[in-house]
Write a protein that binds this ligand. Structure first.
Ligand code: PLI
Length: 463
């Protein structure tokens, strides 16, 4: 099992965790329509629903908040933020947005027309939703192994260039851009190599197609490049981050992940004309182009967080914590996605609950069971998250159906990881007791996993 290095921080402020009983949690998950997202967070003991916006900020970030310039226009904090993004990600034009999906909305509105096609290395729900809302069809061109939980390739986020070539051959000028992610969330936080990303850009550019990168977890991706990609071991995370962004035409960033803040994001662009159009839409949907829906203090916290995110002691400890949790599950035969990714450990729900059919949402069912067992909240990543095909209205069932345990940065200790591992091991040992899956009691139109309510398919419980 991996070593667990001491965390490179001390705890200065704490948030009490409420103790709950199994009976209490059973009632809570019923009241939440069997959807952990609808639980009150005070009823959750260890919250691994997401690593997004849930990180602990450092004392430097908290003191940066006090420097926030809250001027409506031209705030000093914007220029601090702009400089930090330019220096670390290398994009000339930096356009603030309130969070990642705000940026996805703007970029999609700028570039997508009805009937267009967007290839990418696996979908992300909010990214694809904006692409589809603007009339595009998404094409997954990720390598086949990304869909196999047991395939332990170093770069399962890579694009299959043959698949990309085929999409380009078929749709050519109807492709407004290639949508890449580093790391790939829905594959379990799997990285893309610098070599593959560069080849994708060369291929796309040869056909006049720009490439935009989702940089939400690009620093985590840089860590894996440093560990795994020949030729990069001696380079700093900051250098690798710049190398990942360099061949791309722009990026959309949810700063709530790598950048260690609770809210914020940006669009980074090289083309001045596109940047001008994007700023125009930011004025309509986000806020002025020098705050984009953030407070001045949020931009200060991001600038400080970006600098901390490329610190190798920070990233090394983060990844080691995930490997420790995943290693414990692996050792006890709990089926997880390999290799362990950058922000999460993912439990293969299809392998855990093979008796629950896809239409009964095994990962959603497992999420409810794990919450009831020990108050741990994860998120379904499978049939519920995938939603319905906008054309046919049919449910989409992606090959991977898993419970994602996303670990917030600098929040939980090794003892918490042990509680999570013990609970997952227990639920896995007793998996045959989970006899019923779930069906929708209420199904929202968009991003349904957030607000859906479920009911057990028979009886009043999943047990
Ligand atoms: O939650 P936002 O709007 O700041 O960012 C949307 C978003 C875009 N891209 C990627 C790869 C994400 O992971 C992402 C948000 N992810 C969430 C909330 C998550 O729990 O993974």
């Amino acid at each position: 099992m991996s070593a667990y290095p001491p965390e490179p921080w001390r705890i200065k402020m704490v948030e009490p965790i409420k103790a709950t009983t199994r009976e209490y949690r059973e009632q809570a998950i019923r009241d939440a329509g069997w959807n952990p997202c609808l639980l009150r967070s005070e009823d959750v003991s260890i919250d691994l629903f997401t690593d997004s916006g849930t990180s602990a900020m450092s004392d430097r970030q908290w003191s940066a908040l006090l420097r926030g310039d809250e001027a409506y226009a031209g705030a000093r904090s914007f220029y601090v933020f702009e400089e930090a993004v330019r220096a670390h990600y290398g994009y000339e034009h930096v356009i603030p947005v309130h969070q990642g999906r705000g940026g996805e909305n703007i970029l999609s509105r700028c570039l997508i027309r009805p009937g267009t096609h967007i290839p990418g290395n696996m979908y992300f729900p909010s990214t694809r939703a904006h692409q589809e809302l603007n009339g595009a069809t998404f094409h997954d061109v990720i390598v086949d192994e990304a869909e196999d939980p047991r395939a332990a390739l170093p770069f399962k986020g890579n694009v299959d260039l043959a698949k990309l070539r085929a999409v380009i051959a078929e749709f050519g000028e109807l492709i407004p851009y290639v949508s890449l992610a580093a790391t790939v969330n829905m594959a379990g936080g799997q990285p893309i190599s610098v070599a593959n990303l560069t080849e994708v850009c060369e291929l796309a550019h040869a056909h006049g197609i720009p490439v935009f990168l989702d940089t939400a977890r690009a620093v985590e991706n840089a860590w894996f490049v440093k560990q795994r990609e020949p030729g990069w071991g001696d380079r700093s995370l900051a250098e690798i981050l710049l190398a990942l962004c360099a061949p791309t035409d722009g990026a959309v960033m949810s700063a709530k992940k790598d950048s260690l803040v609770n809210i914020g994001g940006w669009i980074g662009l090289r083309d001045p004309a596109l940047a001008e159009r994007a700023r125009g839409l930011v004025l309509l949907y986000e806020g002025l182009h020098t705050y984009g829906g953030m407070a001045g203090r949020d931009m200060e916290a991001i600038a400080a967080g970006i600098a901390e995110s490329v610190d190798e002691a920070h990233m090394g400890a983060r990844i080691a914590q995930l490997e420790y949790l995943g290693g414990r599950l692996d050792a006890e035969g709990v089926p997880i996605i390999h290799p362990i990714g950058g922000h999460c450990v993912c439990v293969d729900a299809t392998a855990t609950l093979p008796h629950i059919p896809r239409t009964r949402f095994a990962a959603q069912t497992l999420a409810a069971a794990v919450y009831v067992d020990a108050g741990i909240r994860g998120v379904e990543r499978g049939g519920v998250s995938a939603g319905r095909d906008p054309v046919t209205g049919e449910n989409r069932f992606p090959p991977l159906e898993f419970l994602r345990l996303a670990v917030p940065r600098r929040v939980y200790t090794r003892a918490h990881m042990d509680v999570v591992a013990d609970s997952l091991i227990r639920v896995h040992r007793e998996r045959d007791r989970i006899t019923h899956g779930l069906e929708f009691a209420y199904e929202p139109d968009h991003l349904r996993f957030f607000q859906a309510r479920f009911k057990p398919v028979s009886g009043s419980s999943i047990w």
